[in-house]
Design a protein around this ligand. Structure first.
Ligand SMILES: Cc1cc2nc3c(=O)[nH]c(=O)nc-3n(C[C@H](O)[C@H](O)[C@H](O)COP(=O)(O)OP(=O)(O)OC[C@H]3O[C@@H](n4cnc5c(N)ncnc54)[C@H](O)[C@@H]3O)c2cc1C
Length: 381
C-alpha cells in the first residue's frame, strides 16, 4: 500500500537503508526503554554510529562525512522512526548543525569540527530558543560581545535538543544588541568553555529519551574565530536559509511516523477481538484505517516531491513550511485515530502508538510552530 518506491531512491540508497535498518534494530530498538529512563541516549551510540558511517551522511568526504545528499539523511530518519525511536537527536546533529558549518563555516572551522562530528567524538546542538522568546527570534537576549581577540557570550537558552550531551553548541546571539535581525550572529561555543553550564534535562510529555535541556552562558570567553563565518550580523539570514532543510527533516520524520502508526495499528486491530470478531471486522475500523492509509500516502507524495525539489536545490521557504505544517498536523491526526483503535492499550506507554502520539505533538511546535508556518505560507500567496 505504501510500497511504491520513492522516486528519489536508488540502489546506493537501498544499501544505506539496509545498513541504517540493521543499526537501528541492533543499537537502538533494544535500548529505547533505557534511553527513556536515563532521559538521554548512551553517549557511545554517537561513536558507534560514527564508526559505521551513519553520521554526517550528507557532508563531503573531505570533512569526514559520507559524501551523500539529503536523501541519505532522510533514510536514516525513516529507519529511526521505523523502530519507534525519538530519543536520538541525530537528525539535528547531521542535518542541521553540520550543515551550518558546511554552508557558512571558514575552512578552519569545517576542518576543526566536521570530522569530529562525523566520527561521533563531538555531538552538536543548536541553541536559538530562550526562556523569553522562541518564535520571535529577532528578540533574543543572549549576547556575544567582541572584546579584543575574543567574544564574551552571556545569556541562557532553553528546550535545546542534545543539550546534555552536546560538545559544541551553535549559539544564536546578538553581536549587536541594539539591532534586531541584523544584530544576530551564530557562535560556535564548545561546552568545555569556562562559564558554560547545563541546566536540567526537561520533563516532557513525549520524546522522553531526548535530552532537551536548558543551557547557561555566564560570560563565556571564546576566541574571535568562533564567529560562524567571517562577518558579524549574518546569523538571521543563515537561519532563514537553513530552516527549510530543518523543516523538511521534521516532515520526513512525520511521514515515517504515520507509516509506523498504520503498520502497528493494522497489526493490532487484526489481533484484537471484541464482540466475537477482530476489531478489524467493524466497518468503522476499516473506514478509519482507509483514512489513515490515505493520509499517509498523500503526505508521502508531497514529502517525496519536496525531497526531490531539495535535492535539485529548489525547495523554497514557503513550500518547506507547507510540508512541515501539513505533515505535522496530519501525523497527529493519524496517531490519534490509531490510538483510539487500540482502546485502553493505546494509552499505555509500552505501546508504540502511545509513544508516537505523545512524541508527535511537538512537531507542530518546534522548528517553527504551525502558526508561524501559516504566516510564512500566507506571505507567499
Ligand atoms: C522537544 C523540543 C525540542 C526543541 N529543540 C530545540 C532546539 O534544539 N533548539 C532550539 O533553539 N529550540 C528548540 N526548541 C524550541 C522550539 O523551537 C520553540 O519552542 C518554538 O520555536 C516555539 O517557541 P516558544 O516555545 O517560545 O513559543 P512562543 O513563540 O512563545 O509561542 C507561543 C504560541 O504563540 C504562537 N505565536 C507566536 N508568534 C505568533 C505569530 N506571529 N502569529 C501567530 N501565533 C504566534 C505560537 O505559534 C505558539 O502557539 C525545542 C522545543 C521542544 C518542545
Amino acid at each position: 500500500m505504501t510500497a511504491r518506491r520513492s522516486p528519489w531512491m536508488d540502489d546506493d540508497l537501498n544499501d544505506l537503508r539496509d545498513l541504517a535498518r540493521t543499526f537501528c534494530e541492533k543499537e537502538i530498538r533494544p535500548h529505547i526503554e533505557t534511553f527513556i529512563a536515563d532521559k538521554h541516549v548512551d553517549r557511545d551510540l554517537w561513536n558507534r554510529a560514527g564508526a559505521v558511517g551513519l553520521l554526517c551522511l550528507s557532508i563531503p568526504e573531505e570533512y569526514g562525512g559520507g559524501g551523500g545528499t539529503f536523501a541519505h539523511e532522510a533514510i536514516l530518519i525513516e529507519e529511526q522512526a521505523r523502530v519507534g525511536d525519538s530519543s536520538w537527536g541525530a537528525s539535528l546533529h547531521n542535518g542541521i548543525v553540520a550543515h551550518y558549518l558546511l554552508a557558512y563555516g571558514t575552512e578552519d572551522q569545517k576542518q576543526q569540527w566536521l570530522p569530529k562530528m562525523a566520527s561521533g567524538e563531538v555531538v552538536g546542538a543548536i541553541a536559538m530558543t530562550e526562556p523569553g522568546t522562541g518564535s520571535d527570534l529577532q528578540n533574543i537576549k543572549t549576547k556575544a560581545i567582541r572584546q579584543g581577540e575574543e567574544y564574551v557570550v552571556s545569556g541562557s537558552k532553553t528546550f535545546i535538543t542534545n543539550g546534555s550531551q552536546a560538545d559544541l553548541v551553535l549559539t544564536v546571539a546578538k553581536t549587536d544588541p541594539d539591532d534586531k535581525a541584523a544584530g544576530i550572529s551564530l557562535m560556535l561555543v564548545p561546552t568545555a568553555a569556562e562559564g558554560f553550564s547545563r541546566g536540567r534535562v526537561l520533563e516532557k510529555i513525549g520524546m522522553k529519551g531526548q535530552d532537551t535541556s536548558e543551557l547557561f552562558f555566564d560570560n563565556v570567553r571564546v576566541p574571535a574565530t568562533s564567529l560562524l563565518g567571517h562577518t558579524e550580523g549574518q546569523g538571521f539570514i543563515q537561519l532563514m536559509e537553513q530552516l527549510p532543510q530543518e523543516r523538511l527533516l521534521v516532515a520526513v520524520s512525520n511521514v515515517a511516523a504515520m507509516e509506523l502508526c498504520l503498520t502497528e495499528t493494522l497489526r493490532y486491530v487484526r489481533d484484537r477481538s471484541a464482540f466475537g470478531r477482530p476489531i478489524w471486522g467493524f466497518q468503522n475500523t476499516k473506514f478509519k484505517m482507509a483514512e489513515v492509509a490515505t493520509e499517509a500516502r498523500v503526505a508521502r507524495a508531497f514529502v517525496d516531491e519536496c525531497i526531490e525539489l531539495h535535492l535539485d536545490g529548489e525547495l523554497d521557504i514557503p513550500t518547506a513550511a507547507m510540508a512541515k505544517l501539513w505533515c505535522s498536523e496530519r501525523a497527529q491526526r493519524v496517531a490519534d485515530a490509531c490510538l483510539q483503535l487500540h482502546g485502553g492499550y493505546g494509552y499505555m506507554n509500552e505501546y508504540p502508538i502511545a509513544r508516537a502520539w505523545a512524541d508527535l505533538r511537538v512537531s507542530q511546535i518546534y522548528a517553527g510552530s504551525s502558526e508561524i508556518m501559516k504566516e510564512i505560507i500566507s506571505r507567499s500567496l
